[in-house]
Ligand binder design. Structure first.
Ligand SMILES: [Zn+2]
Length: 253
């Protein structure tokens, strides 16, 4: 029996899956994806993720405010909602920084303030953080360390190995999407990162192997194969390692 896999970052509440969500989940399970962590970008997503996790035992709900939607009042509402549902969420995310969206210092500072709130909430609830850090890898890692974050997953990290290093040394995990097959930056990063910090994710419906095509959780097998090839090891060894790493961060999902 092959070790089961977890897709550690997927947006299955997205309307891109409204027509065939059941089939998408069933294809994932047939491919050996045992659990899927549903990240959210808004309060509405958090509610939908909870409902989906109630419907399908293989789905695990997360809740977060996407940095592109950084807003203090919305953050407060979401924090209260998460606190009002103890034990219902498996992670906080996705949250983080996006300096590609926020070009001005004022908008960046607002993202930092919101991100800190969720880092603190994750500490208070002892939940893993599922972190977005576009064009802000170094800054997101620094802020997490400053706030004392312990359980951290950097999703689709777009920085260099040197930017990842302080997080790596603090025990952060890095999740690899199927788009690694077309990203020299991700290939280079994964070559340098040790297997012991790697997770796999789909980021469905985006970051698939083919640009512009809807991505789905079954495609995390593509990420597993790409890691195996880059590290010149057996895909089974990668499956075994990412399973252990996932357990290290999330416990038994
Ligand atoms: Zn995402």
């Amino acid at each position: 029996m092959l070790p089961f896999l977890t897709d550690t970052h997927a947006h299955l509440c997205d309307q891109a899956f409204d027509q065939d969500r059941r089939e998408v989940i069933s294809r994932a399970q047939k491919a050996g994806v045992k659990t899927i962590v549903l990240v959210g970008e808004t309060l509405e997503d958090a509610r939908r993720n909870l409902a989906l996790a109630g419907e399908y035992p293989c789905l695990k709900a997360a809740a977060g405010l996407y940095p592109g939607y950084a807003d203090l009042e919305e953050a407060e509402r979401l924090v209260n909602f998460i606190r009002s549902q103890p034990g219902s969420f498996s992670a906080i995310g996705e949250v983080g920084l996006d300096f590609w969206i926020a070009k001005e210092e004022e908008a960046r500072e607002l993202q930092r303030v919101v991100f800190r709130k969720f880092i603190d909430l994750a500490g208070e609830r002892d939940l893993p953080l599922n972190v977005h850090s576009r064009s802000a890898g170094r800054q997101a890692v620094a802020l997490l360390l400053e706030q004392g974050a312990k359980r951290v997953q950097m999703h689709a990290f777009d920085g260099k190995y040197s930017a990842a290093l302080p997080g790596l040394e603090a025990g952060f995990f890095f999740s690899v999407p199927p788009s690694i097959v077309r990203s020299p930056q991700k290939q280079k990063l994964v070559k340098h990162l040790p297997l012991s910090c790697l997770l796999v994710e789909s980021d469905s419906p985006v970051l698939g192997p083919e640009p512009g095509q809807r991505n789905e959780p079954a495609n995390i097998l593509t990420a597993v194969r790409a890691i195996a090839q880059l590290k010149n090891i057996d895909p089974e060894a990668v499956r075994e390692a990412v399973r252990e790493n996932t357990r290290g961060l999330y416990g038994d999902l």
